[in-house]
Design a protein around this ligand. Structure first.
Ligand code: ATP
Ligand code: MG
Length: 286
């Protein structure tokens, strides 16, 4: 019997936890999350380790975990140079520089000689060096946004999503250093059996991801409009055309990307489509 199991590290409790477990579930993998630090999946050879997000790159780099889900911001900060096996599209945020709202900020040269508080000294230093800015970095592990108001630093470099935290602390975002999302990192030297399991997991993740980006569309059309409508519908190959009980009419089924959706709907209507239904797709294998 083959006992090979893939060890996946995910965040124990935080912004990545629920979405990570949700992704596994949509890949058909059930993992109990009963407050334990490790759990076995019921129906896939996978063991899940629940960790602080900051420790996940190190665990993967040292081979304690085979793969892990972490924010790209954390992966880059830890500097283990781990390959990203898949970008996961959630926990989207940016790492930005912010200054006091009343500052007369013009460009990056403002930061010369200034003190910047951050939990991301490595990424920040790389950015400043690349831009040729000599500034002082004050490393702190949390509550970075209050640093300017208590006189610890003149600026901050922190994670931003809506900007409301910055605003509430009298700061304004002036430069974006990095755009981040959750990524699946992997040990680049997995033994064959584990690599095969990772490939299987990636196949499922991509099917889920493709499904999320597309919609299933059904519509009715008079037969003489089928040609025009088919040219508008991108589809995977070409649309399915089924006759309706009403003479001279057909039902067309296809797939449209979420991005083109509204544009396509308008064009379909003007080409004569009626009774348009749009449904979510659960899995999509290309
Ligand atoms: P831990 O206790 O595991 O160390 P943490 O407090 O360091 O957790 P979280 O706040 O849970 O981390 O954030 C985890 C990751 O989620 C961040 O590294 C970042 O990639 C992403 N993230 C952080 N803030 C936001 C946000 N406001 N919107 C979207 N994603 C975010
Ligand atoms: Mg953390």
């Amino acid at each position: 019997m083959n006992n090979t199991k893939l060890k996946l590290a995910i965040q124990k409790g935080g912004r990545l936890s629920e979405k990570s477990l949700d992704l596994l579930q949509r890949c058909g993998i059930k993992v109990s999350n009963g407050g334990k630090l490790r759990a076995e999946a019921a129906n896939f050879p996978l063991e899940v380790l629940y960790l602080r997000d900051d420790d996940i790159p190190q665990y993967v780099a040292e081979g304690v975990a085979d793969i892990g889900i972490a924010g790209e911001n954390v992966v880059l900060e830890k500097g283990f140079d781990l390959p990203v096996a898949e970008r996961l599209g959630f926990a989207k945020c940016r790492l930005s520089l912010a200054v006091k709202r009343e500052e007369n900020y013009t460009d990056l040269s403002w930061f010369k000689g200034k003190k910047i508080a951050t939990s991301y000294p490595v990424v920040l230093q790389a950015f400043l060096s690349e831009k040729g800015i000599d500034a002082e970095i004050e490393q702190i592990s949390g509550s970075v946004e209050i640093a300017p108001s208590i006189g610890l630093a003149e600026a901050v470099c922190d994670i931003v999503s809506t900007g409301s935290t910055l605003l509430a602390n009298g700061l304004k975002e002036v430069e974006t250093i990095l755009r981040s999302e959750a990524v699946l990192i992997a040990d680049p030297n997995l033994p064959e059996g584990k690599q095969a399991l990772l490939d299987k997991l990636l196949f499922r993740m991509r099917a889920v991801e493709n499904a999320g980006r597309n919609k299933y569309i059904l519509l009715n059309a008079p037969n003489d409009a089928i040609g025009k409508i088919t040219s508008i519908l991108p589809g995977m190959k070409s649309p399915t055309v089924l006759p309706l009980a009403t003479e001279g009419w057909s039902s067309l089924h296809s797939v449209v990307s979420e991005d083109d959706f509204w544009e396509v709907i308008d064009r379909l209507k003007s080409a004569g489509a009626e009774g348009i239904l749009v449904c979510p797709i659960e899995k999509m294998v290309l």
